[in-house]
Design a protein around this ligand. Structure first.
Ligand SMILES: [Zn+2]
Length: 215
């Protein structure tokens, strides 16, 4: 869905009106973060000028790549290369979370999705979180899927599968991957969790490249 009653060129430097976020991003070579900014700019523009717009609010690949950016940031800052973000039904990014193993003094449970689910539950009630999506660079383990379930987050999109991740981490002391499909965890619950993934798995797997064998 889209409307054409706005002129993004005034705000983004794009020379096209009436195209979707993906179409404009592809034509202008925008990265994932710039695409998020484009969405937010559109929303702000539409709101400030009382216009209607619907710029691909649930563009899963756009938001998943933002989670990849968070994972890269995690790695650059000395933590494990995982990232997660929480997006509401209107497309707003509410929370971003890196892995916290090193930042939390070696906490083996400080996975990005678990930390994000805890922060989300402290900030929002399950009735609201049911309409939100958690984007994760890798498939949540049983612990993280459980935390998502208990927080009440209603939708998950993940990049790399646990099985693929396990092939990269092996039995690494800091990440002996627990390869239980998250869908199996959610299927045991009493409220539904929609799952999309694996998605962009090669990109997601590249986040781990050389990390678990480097030291
Ligand atoms: Zn986990």
């Amino acid at each position: 869905m889209r409307t054409t009653s706005y002129r993004p060129s005034l705000f983004t430097g794009c020379d096209i009106a009436g195209l979707t976020v993906n179409e404009i991003s592809k034509k202008n070579g925008l990265g994932a973060f710039d695409k998020v900014l484009l969405v937010k700019t559109w929303e702000w523009t539409a709101k400030s000028q009382n216009m209607q717009t619907n710029p691909d609010k649930r563009d899963d690949e756009l938001y998943l790549r933002r989670a990849f950016d968070v994972a890269r940031s995690s790695r650059e800052n000395g933590d494990h290369p995982f990232g997660a973000i929480l997006v509401d039904a209107e497309g707003a990014i509410l929370l971003e979370q890196t892995n916290g193993f090193s930042a939390h003094c070696g906490d083996m449970t400080a996975h990005a999705e678990r930390l994000l689910a805890t922060r989300a539950s402290q900030a929002y009630r399950p009735a609201f979180l049911a309409s939100c999506t958690l984007y994760s660079s890798a498939e949540p383990c049983a612990m993280c899927a459980g935390a998502m379930y208990w927080a009440g987050i209603g939708r998950l999109v993940y990049g790399q599968s646990e099985k693929s991740l396990k092939a990269q981490t092996g039995a690494h002391d800091e990440n002996p991957t627990l390869d239980l499909p998250c869908r199996a965890v959610f299927a045991s619950g009493q409220r539904p969790v929609e799952v999309v993934g694996p998605l962009l798995e090669d990109e997601a797997a590249s986040l781990q490249a050389g990390f678990w064998t480097a030291g």
